[in-house]
Ligand binder design. Structure first.
Ligand code: ADP
Length: 164
């Protein structure tokens, strides 16, 4: 049985991430979406909020489970009995970072391999940070995130504009 892990910050999940998840769900028997709980990274949303958003956005995928994790992804994979890590690749920008991560992960655990899925054409320039930037200025993000995430973003930035 092929079990794969798709790790990421998902701060928040975008349609680009969901496109990768939809396509990966046809390639693997089961997928664990591992939402990184890393205090060193400055996240906009708490890990609970990010897990909740991913759960809602992937409720149509029956072979996908969502959980949070802290620490090394290769350790999580070992614990879960998964030997594949999925990552998305956008044009050029992701390659160098992902290539380094691949080499590091291989050194840490040579049993675990990584599968890189090309971002869909319409999602090449979509990132969580860009979505947040647009949402923070009151822009329309409906073509970049699912409605449930759009609502969370609206609420988040409405609260901030009240407090400043
Ligand atoms: P991380 O902090 O681990 O990079 P992200 O949530 O930014 O977390 O991204 C998780 C994974 O999803 C990464 O492999 C990233 O390259 C990929 N990804 C991000 N945005 C897109 C997109 N628009 N299309 C396809 N893959 C994407």
């Amino acid at each position: 049985m092929a079990l794969a892990i798709y790790p990421g910050s998902f701060d928040p999940i975008t349609l680009g991430h969901i496109d990768v998840m939809n396509r990966a769900s046809h390639l693997f028997d089961d997928i664990i979406i591992a939402v990184v709980n890393n205090t060193a990274k400055n996240m906009t949303f708490s890990v609970e909020e990010r897990v909740e958003m991913v759960k809602k956005a992937t409720s149509h995928l029956t072979n996908v489970n969502v959980e949070s994790f802290a620490g090394l992804t290769v350790e999580l994979a070992k614990k879960k009995g998964a030997n594949i890590l999925i990552r998305g690749l956008r044009a050029v920008s992701d390659f160098e970072f992902e290539f380094t991560m691949y080499q590091m992960n291989k050194q840490l655990n040579s049993d675990i391999d990584m599968v890189f899925m090309m971002a869909g054409l319409e999602y090449q320039f979509m990132s969580s940070s860009l979505v947040k930037e647009i949402a923070s200025m009151g822009g329309d993000v409906s073509h970049t995130v699912p409605p449930s995430v759009e609502a969370v973003l609206k609420n988040h930035y409405a609260k901030i504009s009240v407090t400043v």
